[in-house]
Write a new protein. Sequence first.
Length: 78
Amino acid sequence: MKNKLSDLNNHLFAQLERLGDEELKPEQIAAEVDRAKAIVGVASQIVSAQALNLRAVELVAEYGERFHDKLTMLEAPK
């Protein structure tokens, strides 16, 4: 997978910089606010999915591999 949480972090900070651009006209600010809302919505879903994956890994670590096949979001061990 080429996208990482660090990429998401970079996108969020880039959007923050665009929102802080003092040279933007009011209509450009409005467009950036709409873009920021969309980015935050997608970012929230990514973070939620990653939290679910982390919880699955924690369950395997805590209870062992016997539950691994029930956690389909995890890749099979190699």
